[in-house]
Design a binder for this molecule. Sequence first.
Ligand code: KG4
Ligand code: ZN
Length: 350
Amino acid sequence: MANPLVLGIESSCDETAVALVRGDRTILAQRIASQNEAHERFGGVVPELAARAHADRLAPMVAAVLAEAGVGLADVDAIAGTAGPGLIGGVMVGLVTAKALAMAAGKPLIAVNHLEGHALSPRLADAALGFPYLLLLVSGGHCQLLLVEAVGRYRRLATTIDDAVGEAFDKSAKVLGLGFPGGPALERAARAGDAGRFALPRPLVGTPEPHFSFAGLKSAVLRARAAMAAPSEQDIADLAASFQQAACDCLVDRTERALAQVPGTTALVVAGGVAANQHIRGALLALASAHGLPFVAPPLWLCTDNGAMIAWAGVERFRVGDIDDLNAPARPRWPLDPEAEAVRGAGVKA
Ligand code: KG4
Ligand code: ZN
């Protein structure tokens, strides 16, 4: 079927999201409910609170999306739900909801890897993007370079050996007192800052394999902050800008290293929550241009977690006949490339 209609459900972290997407890239309706208020006072996502919020919200959101689109479950061709990796309580809530809908409506279930959702999301936004492409996948739990060869074929070229870049943004923002969620807050603070003021490390830059490391950078931010007894707003802005520049330099250097390993790539693509960062997007655009490659980045709302990317991954998998049975397990860890060597920190979402 060339133009399937798929309902997508996302619940692997702190966004509850549902969307109805068609094969021709129309988003018929979608809802995204963030849980920021529930987790804000803890300074991070509390798994049990997240799972309960997903359980409370999902059923009414599914009903609202179907009603807005004016379609019934009988009109849907498949139900796609995130089956991992992620916080297991939330993943189970979303996957069980997807299974119940699939069973009730007699429709196929597609158990989607959250990372596959991010990896294919640029193709929802850009009809011209073909395979293979080099993907920098940067989120709160992941930092990977993948060669996307086809739907279902992802070759991991590199991953982080400690923290994900989004985690480094979130922890640095917390240390700087910038609030939660940290990534967007740090980007805002950095706009008024001098990126050259603090000399921060760029871990692994220049090494032959394109892996990432952010733990040392995060600790350096902590030390620089601790060295200032009563920092002014400008001091905080300068440290935020210095951190963002260091993280960006690491991403660009590692991505350039990976580009050299995949001469046939047709585009440089970035996806995942950190891809919402304008400074990083600008630097990657410059890198792609220098290599004569198109640069593809999904619109900001599609970078952070959402239901449309899960529905779209469902569309792509449905088209190639890759559906699941109702026993599909919820998986807290689920690397996209099963052949990739295990690296501590890879394939987990903190
Ligand atoms: O993809 P996502 O919504 O959830 C995961 O799958 O992890 O990514 C969330 C991550 C968080 O670490 C958040 O701070 C980061 O993406 N993020 C940003 C920005 N917007 C979101 N990091 C830097 N700059 C941003 N503008
Ligand atoms: Zn994500």
